[in-house]
Design a protein around this ligand. Structure first.
Ligand code: HEC
Length: 151
């Protein structure tokens, strides 16, 4: 019995570094995913251009990063259902992860409708959509929940 106990303890101790390594790998993978999402949001989708408010000099206000903004441009010809506000997307409040990933892959929201223009209908592939959602969810949520009824 004692030997068995010793064996189990030794095996368990041997496993500790393996399990810790695994945990670090998972941590590194999710950090890499968030970093990729940040790159896609900031350098590819340019989400901040619409979703971040600007100061009087026209510069994006970093403290309000992706927390929603009133757009400072309008179409020169009428566009039906034009939205003049871009909602808060920091933390993606009100969005299930899967619905948000689908939205970034198809442009169709949880209510089965596309968002109003000028929100682009993005067609990111699955890993990129997952990365974007991981990054947005990692941000501190803004206080305005996304209202899906406004379409
Ligand atoms: C050209 C301006 C513009 C850009 C760029 C933009 N958005 Fe939007 N977005 C909007 C507007 C305007 C709305 C509000 C649409 C509405 O009320 O139907 C919106 C809505 C959304 C919504 C809510 C949709 C819904 O149906 O509730 C999400 C999520 C979102 N945007 C994410 C993003 C992400 C992520 C990016 C970058 C990859 C991005 N947006 C880039 C303008 C933009």
């Amino acid at each position: 019995m004692r030997k068995l106990f010793l064996c189990v303890t030794v095996v368990a101790l041997l496993l500790v570094p393996v399990l810790l390594g695994q945990k670090q790998k998972v941590g590194a993978a999710s950090a890499a995913r968030v970093a990729r999402g940040k790159y896609l949001v900031e350098q590819v989708g340019l989400c901040g251009d619409c979703h971040t408010p600007r100061n009087e000099k026209g510069e994006l206000v970093k403290e309000q990063w992706l927390k929603g903004a009133t757009l400072d441009f309008k179409p020169i010809a009428p566009v039906p259902v034009w939205a003049d506000k871009a909602v808060n997307i920091a933390g993606l409040p009100g969005w299930e992860k899967d619905a948000a990933i689908r939205f970034m892959m198809t442009g169709i929201a949880a209510n089965q409708l596309p968002a109003r223009p000028p929100m682009p209908r993005y067609r990111f592939n699955e890993p990129d959509a997952e990365a974007i959602v991981a990054y947005l969810k990692s941000l501190e949520p803004g206080n305005k929940p996304i209202n899906h009824e406004v379409h």
